[in-house]
Every structure is written in structure tokens, then in C-alpha cells.
Ligand binder design. Structure first.
Ligand code: HEM
Length: 410
């Protein structure tokens, strides 16, 4: 496989053509690490699923970076990411996952449903006002960004007035995850954003210690005080920053990608409005065909086999979630958007959009709930909604979605 084909302009615009070619060739492929940055790519559904569930394949954690990139601690952004649940493994990860996981229970998500529903309808009211005279409205700014940032902001306890300030900083950090994104200018911007967000969250934590509220920052600060040594201040702040980021960059793209898919499929929209109970199938299919995050990365902690290919100890592996979701041996006609695949009684092979195994996304239930409330509500409220102009295709590969999506309501 040539990773360069994916990084080309054509590959960025339509990675799916390349994904289809990959599936006809096998489940994994060796790469040229000097050119591509990774030793292997894995894209077959079963191979990806197995690898993510196998603890011998680890995150690029502090142990890995100490050997392969010894000056990484000079970058605040890398330090913060490595202090977070996302980039730890083994006992450290288990400790952080227990702490953070107990806050994302099914009960907590269920409790949020009325607030999420109200928030969604408030945003639709605003869109109705903005678009009343036939003016175009940017769906990304007014809905796709606004809803998840409010949901995660309310959950964590980040004041509404501060969320606009956070957006460019969050995007600066996301930019380094792009496949060719760790450039010097990007790293410099991400480091600056991390310093600012660290100072910001440290201030918020100090306030909540004095004046606790019913939010996740207060809960985490309380857990830390009740069990000294359970996690450090740096870990507390790192996990708040990464939770806030993870909480909406991806969900924003679920909304934007879903709208772009459904905008010119009136028959599917009508079906959804008539049968809103099918919304979870729609959300699942949007997440399968246009996943907001296409890749995760692992390294092999010992010599292993990946998708039938030998892989040396220390090899880095690009795990292609977006490609695995289009594996034709799992999903018939994988490029066709068909929500009925996930209707009750249909095939139940889970999508890999939220990962699998020990690092499986803690926000999956919340995201699915947001999507299942939003999509029927949008099309019921605005039956004539359409795209004002054909949006340029997304060109990011990692966090894949639209920057702007101009819509008209009729
Ligand atoms: C469409 C929306 C989302 C997508 C596509 C998504 C995707 C993912 C993926 C692929 C992983 C696994 C990373 C890995 O294996 O290396 C992950 C982990 C995680 N996600 Fe999400 N996510 C979404 C929304 C959210 C939300 C809303 C939250 C929080 C409120 C969240 C919090 C987390 C956390 C804390 C982890 C780390 C779990 C761990 O490492 O143990 N995510 N997510």
C-alpha cells in the first residue's frame, strides 16, 4: 500500500476508493516507515477488531516516546496527551479508566436526555429565526458545533461564555492528529493552546474546589481529594482538556456529515420523520459510512502477526477504522448508505467508529443519544431544508468533516 496515495489531493477528497482497493488486496499491508511514518496499515474489519482488543498492541505512550522521541516532554501538548486516559496503557490506563468511566454511566447519560432535547430545540429555534427570510445559515456554526460543545460544556461545568474562546484552541490541538499534521508550526500552535487551556482548567478546578457544583469538574476534584494519590493535578487537568476536546470535535462531524448525506435524500428523510424510532439506525449508518475519526495508532510491544503479516517488536501500526467500516466481507455493498442494516433483526456487526476493546470510546452512548434526538428533530422542523451550495468535500483524513455547511430552510 502507498500511504502517499491517501495523502494526495484525490485521496483526501475520496479516501473510500482507496479503501475499496485495499480490501481487494487483504487485511493489512506493510508501509515504508521512512516515507509513510508507520510500519504497517491494518484495514480488514476482523484484523482491526482483533488488534484493538489485544493488549500487546499499545498506544504510543510515554514508554514508547521515551525510546523513539526522547525530547517529546519539551512539548506541553504531548505531555498533556500522555497524562490522559487516551494515551496510557496497562495499570495506569486501568486506573484512569475506572476514574473517568464511573462518570460516564448509562444513568448519567439518561439523565441528560431532557437537557439535550431542549438544547437541540433551542438551536433549531435560532436557525428558524436566522433563516426565516430565505437567508443562508451555516449549519456547522449554528448547530453542529454549538450542540456538542454545550453538551460537553454543561457536563464538565465549563461556563457557556468561555466556549467560543476554547474552539480555536481545541482545533489547534486536533490539527496535530492529522496523518501529516505534526509539523513544526502545528506543534507550536498546539503547545500554545495547551498552555492556555491548562491555565484555564487549573483556574476552574480551583474555583470548584472552593465552591463545588453538580458537574464533572467538581466530581473529579472531589474524587481526587477523597483518595489522595489517586491521580495528580497534571492528570486531572490533562483529562479535562482531552475530554472537552474529544467531547465535541467528533460529534460536530457526526452532525455535519449526517446532514450532508441526508440533505439530498428526501425519501430517507421522510422515512426518518415518519418513524423517529429508527433514528439510532440512521446514526449508526452515518457513523459507519462517514466516521468522524478515521484512524487510531498502536505499536507492537512484541513480535506479532497483524492481518496475516509479520510485524516486528516496536512496529507502528496505522489502524484504519474508516476502512474497516467499509469491509465488504462484513457489510454488503459497503459504499451504499442504508440505515436498515442496523434495524432490529438486521445484521448486528458493530461499527468500529468508536474503536474496540480497552480504549472503547466512553462518550459513545452520549454521542448516539445526541444524534438520535437531533436528526428527526431537524427534518421534522425543516422539511424543506437543503444545502445552499454544494459544500467542498472534506480534505482532512483524521477528523473528517465540513468546516462550513450553508443551508437554506426552504
Ligand atoms: C462521534 C463521536 C465520537 C467518536 C467518533 C469517537 C471516537 C473515539 C475512538 C475511536 C476512541 C478510541 C481511541 C483509541 O482506541 O485509541 C475514543 C475514545 C474515547 N472517547 Fe470518543 N468519540 C466520540 C465522542 C466522544 C465523546 C462525546 C466523548 C466524551 C464526552 C468521548 C470520550 C472518549 C474518551 C474519554 C475516550 C478514551 C477511552 C480510553 O482510552 O479508555 N468521545 N473515541
Amino acid at each position: 500500500m502507498e500511504l502517499q496515495a491517501l495523502l494526495s489531493e484525490a485521496g483526501r477528497v475520496n479516501p473510500y476508493q482507496l479503501y475499496a482497493q485495499l480490501h481487494s488486496a487483504g487485511a493489512a499491508s506493510h508501509l515504508d516507515v521512512s516515507k509513510d511514518g508507520y510500519d504497517l496499515a491494518v484495514f480488514g474489519y476482523d484484523a482491526v477488531n482483533q488488534l484493538l482488543r489485544d493488549g500487546r498492541f499499545r498506544q504510543l505512550d510515554a514508554d514508547y516516546l521515551d525510546v523513539h522521541s526522547p525530547r517529546w516532554r519539551e512539548h506541553p501538548v504531548l505531555q498533556t496527551l500522555r497524562d490522559s486516559i487516551f494515551f496510557t496503557d496497562g495499570p495506569e490506563h486501568a486506573r484512569l479508566r475506572r476514574l473517568v468511566g464511573q462518570l460516564f454511566t448509562a444513568r448519567r447519560v439518561a439523565v441528560m436526555e431532557p437537557a439535550i432535547t431542549k438544547l437541540i430545540h433551542d438551536r433549531l429555534d435560532r436557525i428558524a429565526q436566522l433563516g426565516a427570510d430565505g437567508d443562508t445559515v451555516d449549519f456547522m456554526a449554528e448547530f453542529a458545533y454549538a450542540v456538542p460543545s454545550c453538551v460537553i460544556g454543561d457536563l464538565l461545568g465549563v461556563p457557556e461564555a468561555d466556549r467560543g474562546w476554547m474552539r480555536p484552541r481545541v482545533l489547534a490541538i486536533s490539527a496535530i492528529f492529522e496523518l501529516d499534521g505534526s509539523t513544526w508550526p502545528n506543534m507550536t500552535r498546539a503547545d500554545a493552546a495547551t498552555r492556555e487551556l491548562t491555565a484555564y482548567f487549573a483556574g476552574l478546578v480551583a474555583q470548584r474546589r472552593l465552591d463545588p457544583r453538580d458537574d464533572l469538574i467538581s466530581d473529579l476534584a472531589r474524587l481526587q481529594a477523597e483518595t489522595p494519590g489517586v491521580f495528580s493535578d497534571a492528570e486531572l487537568i490533562a483529562n479535562l482538556i482531552t475530554l472537552f476536546n474529544a467531547g465535541f470535535v467528533t460529534t460536530t462531524h457526526l452532525f455535519g456529515n449526517g446532514l450532508a448525506i441526508l440533505a439530498d435524500r428526501p425519501e430517507l428523510r421522510d422515512e426518518l420523520v415518519e418513524s423517529p424510532e429508527r433514528a439510532p439506525s440512521y446514526v449508526e449508518e452515518i457513523l459507519r459510512v462517514e466516521p468522524p475519526a478515521h484512524f487510531v495508532v498502536r505499536y507492537a510491544s512484541s513480535a506479532e502477526t497483524v492481518g496475516g503479516l509479520p510485524c516486528d517488536e516496536g512496529s507502528t501500526i496505522l489502524v484504519m477504522l474508516g476502512a474497516a467500516n467499509r469491509d465488504p466481507s462484513i457489510y454488503a455493498e459497503p459504499d451504499v448508505f442504508d440505515p436498515s442494516r442496523f434495524d432490529a433483526g438486521g445484521p448486528v456487526t458493530p461499527i468500529l467508529t468508536f474503536g474496540a476493546g480497552g480504549h472503547y470510546c466512553l462518550g459513545a452512548a452520549m454521542t448516539r443519544l445526541e444524534g438520535a434526538i437531533a436528526f428527526p428533530a431537524i427534518f421534522e422542523r425543516f422539511p424543506g431544508l437543503h444545502l445552499a451550495t454544494e459544500p467542498p468535500p472534506p480534505t482532512q483524513l483524521m477528523f473528517r468533516g465540513h468546516d462550513v455547511l450553508p443551508i437554506r430552510l426552504r
